[in-house]
Design a protein around this ligand. Structure first.
Ligand code: ADP
Ligand code: MG
Length: 293
């Protein structure tokens, strides 16, 4: 029997997969999602969400896709690993992703592919009234050439709106790159950064995931002092919180205990330190202004 069943869960509460059902909508995650949806509806073009590793970007993108999927109006594709060597490779991937078959094969030239994509954007947007959306995760991996390709795609527009909507999700280093790329930077329509959780959000996220996983028990599984300890150790990074909570529940089973208190967390941390696996997290302050105003 799996550990979560023994503890009274229907599903694993602290898996690290980017399952949108387990995304706790903190004020910031909510703001990022709602604003992105509004901007996509308005068809203003380029939207960027930044955040350190483990702040919930990929999970948020899954949630966004879930929302987009509810309406026929949206045609969307997601690229998970945008490491393209040149413009042709990038555009060919777009054409493949959006299922454009007609007349394109290995012999097609860059111009053929560009034309086909432009035709697709024009037809989809103007004739079929669709909102065409490209979502790119791990966007810090885009080369300068790929950023330029995206910039050119944003040139397709009518007087009122862009023909393609782009959502980039990437680590903070993406910002340094695009700041240097003035032409690209100036086109950003909506920008947002995700930061680690404060203690209240950490508590709310843990409780949310516990309930989401079907825990019906009346007993509080994580004591307040444990949550404080978790927050201090993980610096509020959702991925690290998730991993710590997973270890804590496993600990309960192994040691035949019922609640996670401060001692449980301390003892896990001590074990990690003994193994030399602990890592000092890079801490971001929500007050820092990453965006050039
Ligand atoms: N708001 C949140 N609520 C619950 N879990 C979260 C939240 N944000 C991130 N997580 C969890 O943290 C882990 C890392 O999230 P992920 O989306 O992969 O981060 P990123 O893409 O920014 O590196 C996942 O297990 C995810 O479920
Ligand atoms: Mg990610």
């Amino acid at each position: 029997m799996s550990y979560h069943k023994i503890l009274g869960f229907e599903r694993e509460p602290f898996s690290t997969s980017p399952d949108p059902d387990f995304l706790y909508m903190s004020k910031e995650h909510e703001q990022a999602l709602t604003n992105t949806l509004i901007e996509l509806n308005l068809r203003r073009g380029l939207n960027i969400i930044l955040g350190d590793i483990g702040t919930g970007k990929t999970t948020l993108s899954r949630k966004l896709i879930q929302e987009l999927g509810k309406r026929d109006r949206f045609v969307f594709q997601m690229i998970l690993n945008p490491s393209f060597e040149n413009e042709k490779q990038f555009l060919a991937a777009l054409v493949r992703n959006f299922n454009l078959p007609e007349g394109l094969d290995e012999r097609s030239t860059l111009v053929d592919i560009r034309d086909a994509f432009e035709k697709f954007l024009l037809d989809g947007t103007l004739n079929r009234q669709k909102v065409i959306i490209l979502i790119i995760d791990e966007a810090q991996k885009l080369t300068d050439e790929s950023l330029e390709t995206l910039r050119l795609l944003l040139n397709y527009e009518t007087n009122e709106f862009k023909l393609i909507q782009i959502v980039l999700l990437g680590q903070m280093e993406l910002l340094e790159r695009i700041i240097k790329h003035e032409n690209f930077y100036d086109r950003i329509n909506f920008k947002f950064s995700l930061y680690p959780f404060d203690i209240g959000e950490t508590r709310a996220m843990i409780n949310f995931r516990i309930r989401r996983a079907g825990y019906q028990g009346k007993m509080q599984l994580f004591m307040d002092d444990a949550i404080r300890e978790i927050h201090a150790y993980t610096h509020g990074y959702p991925r690290r919180i998730t991993m710590m909570c997973h270890k804590a529940l496993k600990y309960l089973i192994l040691k035949n205990r019922y609640v996670v208190d401060q001692d449980v967390i301390k003892s896990i941390i001590e074990d990690e330190e003994r193994l030399g696996w602990q890592k000092t997290a890079k801490v971001l302050q929500p007050s820092s202004n990453f965006w050039r105003s």
